[in-house]
Design a protein around this ligand. Structure first.
Ligand SMILES: [Ca+2]
Ligand SMILES: [Ca+2]
Length: 94
């Protein structure tokens, strides 16, 4: 889906339209500008979310376990609640 982009000073959270694409820290949004294209996948298990980030982002931009939030790279999500989370996958921005 296409959403309005946030500014560079907006912190990356597990659910907003900001992304820390290079893993430099959640305090800076690398996807700033006017629009962000992202895939949103609800009700993903922690294991599947972690596996997806490991595949697309690599281990260095993924969570250390299947319960924690992942705020780095193109695949991000909030901490797992009741076994599930919503995964946000960055596609492009401008
Ligand atoms: Ca960054
Ligand atoms: Ca990630």
């Amino acid at each position: 889906m296409v959403t309005n982009a946030l500014t560079a000073s907006d912190a990356v959270t597990g659910i907003n339209q900001a992304f820390d694409l290079d893993g430099s820290g959640a305090g800076v949004n690398d996807a700033d500008g006017s629009a962000v294209v992202e895939c949103v996948i609800p009700s993903v298990s922690g294991g599947d979310a972690l596996a997806l980030s490991a595949l697309l982002d690599g281990a260095s931009l993924s969570a250390s376990d299947a319960a924690s939030a992942d705020l780095r790279g193109r695949v991000k999500y909030a901490a797992i609640t009741n076994g599930l989370t919503t995964v946000y996958i960055y596609v492009t921005h401008r």
